[in-house]
Design a protein around this ligand. Sequence first.
Ligand code: CMP
Length: 141
Amino acid sequence: MKTLQRTLSIIKPDAVEKGAEGDIISTLLNNKFRILGIKMLQLNKSQAEGFYAVHSSKPFFNSLTDFMASGPIVVMCLEKENAIADYRKLMGATNPANAEEGTIRKKWAESIEKNAVHGSDADDTARFELSYFFAGYELAK
Ligand code: CMP
């Protein structure tokens, strides 16, 4: 039996500022991800801190949360078999200097912080991250 999995995707402020949303969404659809929910919004600083709470002790936390609150973002619930790992592969390495050709970060990211997109890294983080942005009724069946 095929098991579908869900993951949270964010198109970050740097990529939205560049107008990369359409290209990134096309890439997702071309790679067989279903978009069950999608919205554009702007986080405030405390909402960005809540989302990235797992990184609160890191030296880059303050700068990362300032950046994530600096402009509009697009959040999506993606569904596919093996969605978490497949989306991380499609995004490319966190640091675009190490991202492979053909990945979203290779094309759009400018630095390890302004790295265009986010994706959940495991089942439990995907559950937390999806519930941070979407109520159940906001997702397509
Ligand atoms: P993301 O996949 O959203 O998960 C955590 C984010 O922290 C990461 O992408 C980067 O944007 C950011 N990040 C990770 N490591 C560093 C770093 N060394 N310096 C600055 N930002 C970082």
